[in-house]
Design a protein around this ligand. Structure first.
Ligand SMILES: Nc1ncnc2c1ncn2[C@@H]1O[C@H](COP(=O)(O)OP(=O)(O)OP(=O)(O)O)[C@@H](O)[C@H]1O
Ligand SMILES: [Mg+2]
Length: 176
């Protein structure tokens, strides 16, 4: 057995994803839509997986299932070896940026730093590093409506990177 296998199957390690017999349906009866599955999927930690498919084929639903925002109609979803909990264990970039429009770019990143438990005295340094990482140095003081759509998406990426997560779920983060 390889040494990397000693801590158990790869998908159960931090950042690993395992879907077993997963399907997800919205609505009931004649209006029901099967958005995902049935699907088995194993993603080991550190792997970069891209989902490609037509509009409406279920990509966002699958990401929401893995993020724990939806519970599957059938089957089980495991992240890092356990049922996913919303807002924990994965950095998420939504298809719509979902920022706080009344806050500045910096203010939006600060919310994520606070949520990640970063001590307040470390915010200026970490905020600057995050904004530089996504190429937003210089627009930190602007309100969200004063930056472009692509810049808003990059604020959302910076927010997702604020916490040290073993898994990132990005829903069309480069659409703009
Ligand atoms: N909350 C919901 N209630 C009912 N149906 C939904 C809901 N969300 C999505 N759907 C339906 O589920 C299917 C999959 O939607 P989903 O958003 O996962 O697709 P997608 O692949 O992300 O599409 P796009 O590329 O347009 O973002 C679609 O038929 C959609 O209309
Ligand atoms: Mg989508």
């Amino acid at each position: 057995m390889a040494s990397s296998d000693l801590s158990g199957p790869a998908a159960e390690r931090p950042g690993g994803v395992r879907l077993t017999g997963v399907s997800h349906r919205y609505g009931r009866g004649g209006d029901a839509v099967t958005a995902v599955g049935p699907l088995d999927l194993t993603v080991p930690p550190g792997e970069f997986l891209v989902l490609v498919g037509a509009s409406g084929c279920g990509k966002s639903t699958l990401l929401r299932l893995i993020a724990g925002f939806e519970r599957p109609t059938h089957g089980t979803v495991q992240v890092s070896g356990a049922a996913p909990r919303p807002g924990q264990g994965a950095g998420v970039v939504f298809q719509q940026p979902r920022l706080f429009p009344w806050r500045t770019v910096e203010g939006n990143v600060d919310v994520a730093l606070r949520y990640a438990g970063v001590p307040r005295q470390e915010w200026p340094e970490q905020r600057a590093a995050l904004l530089e990482r996504v190429g937003l140095q210089g627009v930190g003081r602007r309100r969200i409506w004063e930056v472009s759509g692509g810049q808003q998406q990059r604020v959302a990426i910076a927010r997702a990177l604020a916490a040290e997560n073993p898994l990132f779920l990005l829903d069309e983060p480069f659409a703009a």
